[in-house]
Design a binder for this molecule. Structure first.
Ligand code: BES
Ligand code: ZN
Ligand code: ZN
Length: 513
């Protein structure tokens, strides 16, 4: 960069078609483009789209980049255009080929993650600058670019009178199949984010069911809504024990998606925890942050989001979703600590802590799912605070009795960047929820909170008969503060894309599961 007497010489840039500081002409245009640049040992390398813009502006894009510090990976430099040129967000992609060792250690596709981060930064910066329509460079991976763009553009503002504009997004050049796939994956996650963020008084079990109908039925997914009587007839007393303290009626959703012409008779079953508000019940939670428990239907939300993506992409597979929905409240009819109920599989459960309610509603839902002879069962739940202690927001915890299914979900997480981490499902933990007290099973481990996520998983195992079962504990990834740059602050909808990708892997695989 040329510096004269401490002042940068920018007059030549100011006169060029792409300059950095003239906001008024930029906002007039309201059109923007996000393009990527790699940084190879301090040298910029342009993507095809960036190169095209650089050529069209007689090399000004590269010239502009010489002013100021290098554009780092996941960062954006906004170049405001003149003379009707769109505003350009130049985004850093880092090294084009991430190091193999780093890739193995991180257990995810770093190049794809770099594209998501970079494109997201571009979309965020350009929308802050008031750009209404953004064309996005695929940066070598149009699917990841579409994900980054659509996840970054999402805002939950349904309850604001004055809404911020959300830019229209398109693929630079032509929309490809891969771009459309990324859009479907991101929108599935955005559906989950919206459901999780919605306050509990506006998303009761009944309203959740209505939302599922609104989102899924138009894609040909069947949505069956069952009430109290239906659950009582089936002896789902573990599920119903949780709803007793609430005035809101429970709902049990059964979703069915069958890919066109797909004749396989065994479904992949998804089971999602749908506690629309978890106060803890009589074992009441502390007041601080209790509002976050509006997101305790995150498993249910991810289930809806993943089935949405599967249906939108017409995946060739048979999937069923089972979603028990209720509130956990401390009303006068609420379940008391020490109460015993008989679940639908005949096992008796002593409820030592009414705040360990997720596993109770899942017990009956897992047993019901098992009755459909599934080829695989995947349950997803904001189940334990303990998983956040173990893994933070780094990964969802996975417990599985099937290494084949674990491998598939691990591969899915590496591809989406939204990772999973395997945890133990040992008899060691089973004995801590079975071998004591009044009933067959206890809803908390006998060593109190020790290994809380593992004893919760061991509890669920008592209600599973399928040989390919996977339990995903998502309490730690429920919310995003700033850990994932391409998701804004708020409920995360994680790991919807990983679930959808797992469904896709199962659709394409010849494996017996
Ligand atoms: N919904 C909570 C778990 C949770 C915690 C989700 C934090 C999201 C963020 C669950 O129902 C619960 O309360 N679990 C208890 C279990 C305990 C009583 C054994 C917990 O984790 O403290
Ligand atoms: Zn709870
Ligand atoms: Zn809960």
């Amino acid at each position: 960069m040329a510096v004269l007497g401490g002042r940068r010489i920018i007059n030549r840039v100011m006169a060029s078609p792409l300059h950095r500081s003239c906001r008024s002409c930029a906002t007039q245009a309201k059109k923007g483009v996000v393009v990527g640049v790699y940084n190879e040992d301090g040298q910029y390398k342009l993507t095809e789209a960036a190169s095209a813009i650089n050529t069209r502006t007689s090399g000004y894009l590269l010239q502009c980049l010489q002013y100021g510090s290098p554009v780092k990976g996941g960062k954006c430099r906004v170049l405001f255009g003149g003379g009707g040129e769109p505003v350009v967000g130049v985004v850093g992609l880092g090294e084009q080929k991430p190091k193999q060792q780093q890739q193995e250690l991180e257990e995810r596709d770093l190049a794809r993650e770099a594209v998501r981060n970079a494109v997201a930064a571009g979309v965020q910066e350009l929308s802050k600058a008031g750009i209404e329509s953004i064309s996005v460079d695929g940066c070598g991976d149009e699917e990841a670019a579409a994900e980054g763009a659509h996840l970054a553009a999402f805002k939950y503002q349904d309850l604001k009178t004055k809404k911020k504009p959300i830019p229209a997004l398109s693929c630079y050049g032509a929309d490809s199949e891969r771009w459309q796939r990324g859009v479907a994956l991101a929108e599935g996650q955005n559906i989950a984010r919206k459901l999780m963020e919605t306050p509990s008084n506006m998303l009761t079990p009944t309203q959740f069911a209505q939302e599922a109908v609104n989102v899924l039925e138009k894609l040909g997914v069947e949505v069956l809504t069952r009430g109290y009587e239906w659950a009582a007839e089936r002896g789902m007393n573990a599920f119903l024990s949780v709803t007793r303290g609430s005035a809101e009626p429970p709902v049990f959703l059964e979703l069915t998606y069958r890919g066109n012409g797909y004749t396989q008779d065994k479904p992949v079953a998804l089971v999602g925890k749908g506690v629309t508000f978890d106060s803890g019940g009589i074992s009441l939670k502390p007041a601080s942050n209790m509002d976050k428990m509006r997101g305790d239907m995150g498993g249910a939300a991810c289930t809806v989001g993943a089935i949405y993506t599967a249906a939108r992409l017409k995946m060739p597979i048979y999937v069923k979703g089972f979603i028990p929905l209720c509130e956990n409240m401390p009303g006068s009819r609420a379940t008391r600590p020490g109460d015993v109920v008989k679940a639908s599989n005949g096992k008796t459960i002593q409820i030592d802590n009414t705040d360990a309610e997720g596993r109770l509603i899942l017990a009956d839902a897992l047993h019901y799912a098992s009755q459909h002879q599934p080829r695989a069962v995947v349950d997803i739940a904001t189940l334990t605070g303990a998983i956040a202690v173990a893994l933070g927001s780094g990964a969802a915890g996975v417990f599985s009795n099937s290494s084949a299914l674990w491998k598939a979900v691990h591969q899915a997480g590496a591809s989406t960047g939204d990772r999973v981490w395997r945890m133990p499902l040992w008899m060691h933990f089973s004995s801590q929820v079975t071998e004591f007290g009044l009933a067959d099973v206890h809803n908390i481990g006998k060593h109190s909170r020790d290994a809380g996520s593992c004893t919760a998983a061991a509890f669920l195992k008592e209600f599973v008969t399928c040989d390919h079962w996977l339990h995903v504990d998502i309490a730690g990834v429920m919310e995003n503060k700033d850990e994932v740059a391409y998701l804004g602050k708020g409920m995360s909808g994680r790991p919807t894309r990983t679930l959808a990708t797992l469904i896709d892997l199962l659709a394409c695989s010849d494996a017996p599961l």
